[in-house]
Ligand binder design. Sequence first.
Ligand code: AMP
Length: 288
Amino acid sequence: MLLFKTVSDLQSYLQKTTNEGKRVGFVPTMGALHKGHLSLVQESKSNCDVSVVSIFVNPTQFDDKKDLEKYPRTIGQDIELLCSVGNDVLFLPSVEEIYPKDLDTTLQLDFGQLAEVLEGAFRPGHFDGMAQVVNRLLNIVQPDCLFMGQKDFQQVAIVHSMLKQLKSKIDLVVCPIIREEDGLAMSSRNRRLSPEFRQKSILLSQTLAKIKAKMTQDTPQQLRKMGLETLSEAGFKPEYFDIVDGFTLLSIDNFSETSYVVALTAAWAGEIRLIDNMIIKQPTEVLA
Ligand code: AMP
């Protein structure tokens, strides 16, 4: 695997590969890699000729500076994992490379309600920072395909909107959530869970699955209440447990009002904030 730390070195390498007509797949990450990230790399490898992974803990998307400081950094292990799946290129930039003083990287796009609900209501500025870094990285890498995880459902919706507003030709490929054997969605933050919360954390996916099983008999309102109560009673501090239209991310009152239904939750497990989601009704049309 090749490792580049500067934009100019990465771009001169990628220029050669695109001149040879090779398709570039890109997987942006914040490191502390696990099998969820590696599934994106595998997808990138099977769809493209050259797979580029970036590891950059983006300061502009952290609303909580303590969370930024405590974000796990395991670069040696990350490099080993990326080599084990045959990734081609690792881009490991500094903050100065991504945000040079003489370059305005801010994005003037409007995501409307997509960025205001769910995570947006609890993490002010998070999605502006996320869109800013994804756009900057896409401008640097200029990939043919971008691989992102359904784990961050709202993030994918916003990146989809961003690509549409920018009239980008990049293909956004959304990859399924990879879970631990007991159902906990893999996350870099899981390694910071206390043993007690690690055990209990299976409740998130179990509760989401219960919503799916009960959607023919109960209303979304009843199921939201059930989700919040289940997590609270187990000692979590849920921020939201919502059932939404997968296209607009707005809460639904009735399961028949849309063809695309997703249940999403964010809950504090002690000091660790976990998110998870489950598509409970598949869309009949594909997002354009
Ligand atoms: P992060 O390093 O958390 O910013 O994640 C980088 C990419 O990996 C994002 O597109 C995430 O949605 C994706 N990802 C994180 N966890 C998982 C998972 N458990 N399964 C699949 N994709 C994931």
